[in-house]
Ligand binder design. Structure first.
Ligand SMILES: CC(C)(COP(=O)(O)OP(=O)(O)OC[C@H]1O[C@@H](n2cnc3c(N)ncnc32)[C@H](O)[C@@H]1OP(=O)(O)O)[C@@H](O)C(=O)NCCC(=O)NCCS
Length: 203
């Protein structure tokens, strides 16, 4: 297995893993095409970065990925301006079938304020997803390690993450990596937990 930087070529695989890993959540409900725009944008935008775990066979399958940003608000602005042409067609198609998602999308714009706030030298882990058949084999650990080193390399001393309160597996995973619960809040009618980790080289 190889850990490599997340690139636009991994967007479709990342969108698929996101949907498999986060069933029933708001972003998943927007569908694979909207998520693919997000994962095409993130690695080429200055405030976004991530890693993929690639399998050994050819063409190398994406076994998992992690993504992060130094500004969730900035990412929303990028998606809503320079990426709007790519974003609108799949987004409008989704809204046509599920109009209730329009209100949830508006709530999403408030997310940076509800979770950790914006500003300061920190990055937010947006998603970490491993192919279901590959879980509990250390892929997530390797992705987290790569992300931590990248943050340190960029001079970012703090990593935050928000997780659905009803995702005990992910909460266990973050607790294992030294994330401390900072705040609980409600969004999309669900309980959410914000975690924060001070970074140091120890993984
Ligand atoms: C959380 C996740 C990325 C961890 O990846 P991983 O490759 O299984 O991680 P590791 O093998 O390094 O560590 C395994 C630990 O992750 C945790 N874990 C969380 N959800 C899990 C799941 N569905 N299956 C297995 N382990 C899970 C457990 O603490 C597990 O430890 P254990 O095997 O001793 O119980 C992966 O399980 C996953 O994709 N989950 C679904 C998506 C998700 O909830 N992502 C987090 C929110 S963005």
């Amino acid at each position: 297995m190889l850990i490599a930087p997340l690139g636009p070529a991994h967007a479709a695989a990342a969108a698929r893993l996101h949907i498999l890993g986060q069933p029933g959540t708001f972003l998943t409900s927007l569908g694979p095409d909207v998520l693919a725009v997000l994962y095409r944008t993130l690695p080429v935008w200055q405030g976004g970065f991530g890693f993929v775990a690639l399998g050994a066979s050819e063409p190398a399958p994406v076994l998992g990925f992690v993504s992060a940003t130094t500004s969730v608000g900035g990412l929303f602005v990028e998606m809503g301006t320079r990426r709007l042409g790519q974003l609108l067609p799949p987004l409008l198609a989704t809204y046509a079938h599920h109009p209730g998602l329009i209100l949830r999308s508006m709530q999403t714009v408030l997310y940076p304020l509800l979770s950790h706030g914006e500003g300061g030298a920190e990055a937010e882990l947006l998603s970490i997803m491993v192919e279901p058949a590959e879980r509990s084999r250390g892929v997530g650990a390797l992705l987290m390690q790569a992300l931590v080193y990248e943050c340190l390399h960029r001079g970012i001393p703090t990593l935050t993450v928000t997780v659905d309160a009803a995702n005990p597996g992910a909460r266990r995973f973050y607790a294992r990596y030294g994330f401390e619960l900072e705040k609980e809040f409600r969004m999309y009618g669900r309980g959410m937990c914000s975690y924060r980790r001070r970074l140091e080289i120890r993984d």
